[in-house]
Design a protein around this ligand. Structure first.
Ligand SMILES: Cc1cc2nc3c(=O)[nH]c(=O)nc-3n(C[C@H](O)[C@H](O)[C@H](O)COP(=O)(O)OP(=O)(O)OC[C@H]3O[C@@H](n4cnc5c(N)ncnc54)[C@H](O)[C@@H]3O)c2cc1C
Length: 471
């Protein structure tokens, strides 16, 4: 007999264990299906509580449920979502969080099933019948935003995402324009300004002004110090910004001060030397909205971008960009739209708020859908770094555990879990990739990387991933 009170022991562990117990952490979070089961195998709190880098995860006590079994279903044959396919390759220290996720995935009560597309290979209703609770966390699949290339595709391409392999962007031009001024835009700018590229100039365009940029100070600082490059801002864009600073919150103030310093202050001797030696430049262009991409004489290649000039109505974060009627044309050979990632509905049975592109929820509990939970960017919208996403995911985990304890999620009867799902997948000819299978892919990729002096040479097609996984 399943005995909730017996398994809910007084043992308390740090929240990162809970995250791993439910696997409700930021990145291996695909669609996570928690199945409570009777044969509590217990756990070793020592191994589970030591793995998180304390710098990334704050400590917080939550009750553990050593009786919870977690199965993760992932569309791709490989785990780690945007940590593998989004985080820029020049941020290897961020990608290291994969080590933490790997420890979770290797726990005996956690199983990974890659190559399973929820909504296509298996339906939500089938999952809900198989498990006591279902946590959706499928991030931002496949939204293509306006622009010559979307940042999503471009990032996927330089990170080896199979669906973006064919993108092959033509980088043989002088100037690139990136639309949007968030961290992803700066990731793309850094990659475009790498010495291996031919580009000489990158413009990072935003509808509003310096007080509304969406990047964080760490990413801006990295840009300011990017070797071989110099900033080239329009001084007038910063009129009256210094005076407005006294009323803004501290993080925004520090960010804007760095922008002002970069744009307006005469550089010191060393910085001047650095800038003199730089062959490439970058700049924020403020108060501009894209109107039209203009082709060259052949009609096949991008030659320029027409931008509308804006002014601001209101102040601070809520200021609105209003068209002035003026326009300008910026010659460029590449346009990348980084105006935002967006989640999409994957199953009509799951509530979805198209205006916010999220599954509506309260603390991760999906509105009007008992037993259904949501986590990651699908819960919050596409904002936040790994640490913030993890914190929000732990709130979802907490909600689920509370509901198991209160009886809101009925765990009094057994559910078949992955055995029924695997039978259905088998009938449909889908062979999932287990975590052990993924480790074969991992090994091949790291070996190929070693051969060319890189940490990893990613396999870029799903076919080859499956071939390696299933040999
Ligand atoms: C370009 C970019 C760069 C970033 N750089 C940083 C950085 O340097 N530092 C940092 O801290 N944060 C960074 N972030 C933020 C970080 O990646 C996110 O906070 C985090 O990955 C969001 O986690 P998630 O689980 O919501 O989504 P994801 O990581 O996208 O995970 C969702 C998973 O669901 C899978 N999936 C989609 N559809 C289905 C389906 N139908 N069935 C099954 N599985 C499905 C996807 O394949 C994916 O693996 C970056 C984000 C982006 C976009």
């Amino acid at each position: 007999m399943f005995d909730v009170s017996r398994t809910l022991t007084a043992r308390r562990v740090r929240w990162e264990f809970l995250a791993r117990a439910l696997n409700i952490s930021s990145s291996p979070l695909r669609s996570v299906f928690a199945q409570s089961h009777a044969d509590s195998r217990g756990f070793d709190s020592r191994t589970c509580t030591r793995t998180a880098p304390r710098s990334v995860y704050k400590e917080q006590d939550v009750p553990a449920r050593p009786d919870v079994q977690v199965d993760i279903y992932e569309r791709l044959p490989v785990p780690f979502g945007l940590v593998r396919f989004g985080v820029a390759p020049d941020h290897p220290e961020v990608k290291n969080v994969i080590n933490t996720f790997t420890q979770t995935a290797k726990q005996s009560r956690c199983s990974f099933y890659g190559n399973v597309n929820v909504g296509k290979d298996i339906q939500m209703e089938e999952l809900r019948q198989a498990y006591h609770a279902v946590v959706l966390d499928y991030g931002v699949p496949g939204e293509h935003l306006a622009g010559v290339y979307s940042a999503k595709d471009f990032v996927g391409w330089y990170n080896g995402l199979p669906s973006c392999r064919q993108l092959n962007p033509d980088l043989s031009c002088d100037t690139a324009v990136i639309l949007g001024q968030g961290n992803v835009a700066l990731d793309v700018a850094r990659i475009l300004l790498a010495p291996v590229q031919m580009l000489k100039r990158v413009l990072v365009v935003g509808r509003r002004g310096p007080l509304q940029v969406a990047c964080t100070i760490k990413e801006l600082r990295e840009m300011v110090n990017l070797p071989g490059t110099k900033p080239d801002m329009v001084v007038e864009d910063f009129d009256s910004i210094a005076e407005a600073l006294k009323d803004v919150p501290r993080p925004r103030k520090r960010l804007t001060e760095l922008l002002l310093k970069t744009a307006l202050d005469p550089p010191g001797e060393k910085e001047q030397q650095r800038r003199n030696a730089a062959h490439r430049s970058w700049a924020f262009r403020f108060y501009r909205s894209p109107v039209e991409v203009l082709p060259d004489a052949s009609g096949t290649r991008t030659a320029a971008l027409r931008l509308a000039v804006n002014r601001l109505e209101g102040a601070g974060e809520g200021a609105r960009a209003v068209l002035t009627g003026e326009e300008e044309v910026v010659p460029c050979g590449l346009v990348i739209s980084s105006i935002g990632y967006k989640s999409l509905p994957i199953d009509p049975a799951v509530p979805f708020d198209p205006s916010k592109a999220i599954v509506p929820n309260t603390m991760g509990r999906v509105t009007d859908a008992a037993g259904l939970y949501v986590s990651g960017w699908l819960k919050t919208g596409p904002t936040g770094v790994i640490a913030t996403t993890m914190n929000s995911s732990f709130d979802t985990a907490r909600s689920l555990l509370e509901d198991m304890s209160s009886g809101a999620v009925d765990v009094s009867t057994q559910r078949p879990g992955s055995s029924s799902v695997r039978a259905l997948l088998d009938e449909r000819g889908i062979q999932p990739v287990t975590f052990c299978d993924w480790e074969k892919i991992d090994l091949v990729e790291t070996q190929r990387g070693e051969a060319v002096g890189k940490p990893r040479e990613k396999i870029q097609t799903v076919e080859e991933m499956l071939q390696v996984a299933h040999t």
